[in-house]
Design a protein around this ligand. Sequence first.
Ligand code: AMP
Ligand code: FE
Ligand code: FE
Ligand code: ZN
Length: 281
Amino acid sequence: MRIDLHTHSNASDGTQSPAEVVSSAAESGLDVVALTDHDTTAGWVEAAEAAAREGVALVRGIEVSCNYEGISIHLLGYLQDPTAPGLLEELERSRESREARAQSIVERLSRVVPLTWDDVLKQVEPGATVGRPHIADAMVAKGIVAERGEAFEKYLYDGSPFYESHYAPDPVTAVRLVRQAGGVAVMAHPFASARGIVVKDAVIEAMAAEGMAGLEVYHRDHSADGVQHGLDLAASLDLFVTGSSDYHGEGKPNLLGENTTDPVVLQQIEALAHGVKVLRP
Ligand code: AMP
Ligand code: FE
Ligand code: FE
Ligand code: ZN
């Protein structure tokens, strides 16, 4: 059984529609795929229809943006009730702040490159969570850079002169809200230091104390040392361990199924969740 618990569609910053992500998962030989768009569940319905058609099991999830003392971190939530008010309000607040923040990044960029907010809007599906990758796509469309990676390296990286952060809940609050929505909280790529500063173990301990259940240890942005540290920390905090691709379609080199999660861990996630069910064909 091959299980990939972290993917993105164009409901956030992936390049494929939710149905295409599920079709690609089937083609890649996955038995189970989770759709975990940034700060939205807008892709769930389309993904569910596609999963039934394609014969793949679907874990409906989300990747919640969090901010810990200025450090941006990500919390995966699985099988939560998408209508639970507490989480919903925080997600709405994050998405609204993301939009204002993206406009402000574009305003700064427009002083040095020919880029407008309209150019960016052309890259965003209606209702999707706006992120820096959409700005990158607009820069590719305008011929300013060749691909997303180059846009991040030159203009969009954390702390660049054009960078601005957005509102996001603190991670302990996010864990509480995911749990209150009946979901299971797993910290995404906790030691992905290549893409920015990571939080100290004490923050992860506080998240675990709030009921976070797992750590995404097997992820391409982790070094061998990062993986080992994740395994040790998970063991000491009694957290389960997942592995996932963080697939973004063409937007990143990450390939579906490049890391996978043990079926026993999926069983644990299902046993802990009481929001929605895994959809099985
Ligand atoms: P944001 O959520 O707007 O802060 O943007 C962060 C997102 O940008 C992450 O979720 C990644 O999907 C994406 N990202 C970060 N670095 C890169 C990169 N070098 N190439 C492509 N996408 C990236
Ligand atoms: Fe992303
Ligand atoms: Fe992430
Ligand atoms: Zn992700």
